[in-house]
Design a protein around this ligand. Structure first.
Ligand SMILES: [Fe+2]
Ligand SMILES: [Fe+2]
Length: 162
C-alpha cells in the first residue's frame, strides 16, 4: 500500500483506514456483481444492482478521501478530489439562494413520497414497490442533509465577508 510522505501517526493511520476500506468496498462490489450474475431471480438482480450502484459510489468516495488526505499531507498545490469548502466560488449569495430553492423542492418531494408510501400500504401483496419508495425517502433525507450542510456553510461564509 502507498505510504504518505511526512505524515503524522494520526494521518498515517487515517490513510491506512481509508485505503483498506476502499479495498473492502471494492471486494464487496465484486461480490455483489457475482451474486447478481449467479442468481436467476430478476427481483434479486434488480435489488443487487441498486446496491451495486451505491457500492460503486462508496468505492469512489473512499478513493477520493484517501487522495485528498494524501494531497493535504504532501502539500500538493493541486485542488484535491474532495474540494475544500473555500469561498463557494466567491459567490456564497448565489449558492445560498439556489440551495434554499432546492431544499424547498426536496422537502416537497419528501412529503410526496410519504403520501405515496401510505398509498402503497393499500396494496394487498408486498412487492418491491414499497421498498423502492422507502429507499427514495432515504435518498431524499440524504439530499436534504447535503443541502443543509451547504446552507450552513454558505451562511457562515457570508457572515465572515460582512
Ligand atoms: Fe459500502
Ligand atoms: Fe432529491
Amino acid at each position: 500500500m502507498a505510504k504518505l510522505l511526512g505524515a503524522s501517526t494520526w494521518e498515517a493511520e487515517l490513510y491506512e483506514h481509508l485505503t483498506t476500506h476502499e479495498a473492502a468496498e471494492g471486494a464487496m462490489l465484486a461480490e455483489y456483481r457475482e451474486v447478481a450474475a449467479a442468481s436467476s431471480s430478476k427481483a434479486f438482480q434488480y435489488l443487487s444492482n441498486l446496491i451495486i450502484e451505491d457500492e460503486i459510489r462508496h468505492h469512489r468516495i473512499f478513493r477520493d478521501l484517501a487522495a485528498a488526505l494524501k494531497s493535504e499531507v504532501e502539500v500538493d498545490p493541486e485542488e484535491p478530489d474532495v474540494p475544500n469548502i473555500g469561498t463557494w466560488g466567491h459567490d456564497a449569495v448565489t449558492v445560498l439562494r439556489l440551495t434554499e430553492t432546492l431544499l424547498g423542492h426536496e422537502r416537497d418531494d419528501a412529503k410526496e413520497l410519504r403520501r405515496l408510501s401510505s398509498e402503497l400500504k393499500g396494496l394487498k401483496q408486498e412487492s418491491l414497490w414499497q421498498l423502492l419508495v422507502k429507499l427514495m425517502e432515504m435518498d431524499t433525507a440524504k439530499h436534504i442533509e447535503i443541502l443543509k450542510f451547504v446552507k450552513r456553510n454558505a451562511r457562515k461564509a457570508l457572515k465572515q465577508d460582512s
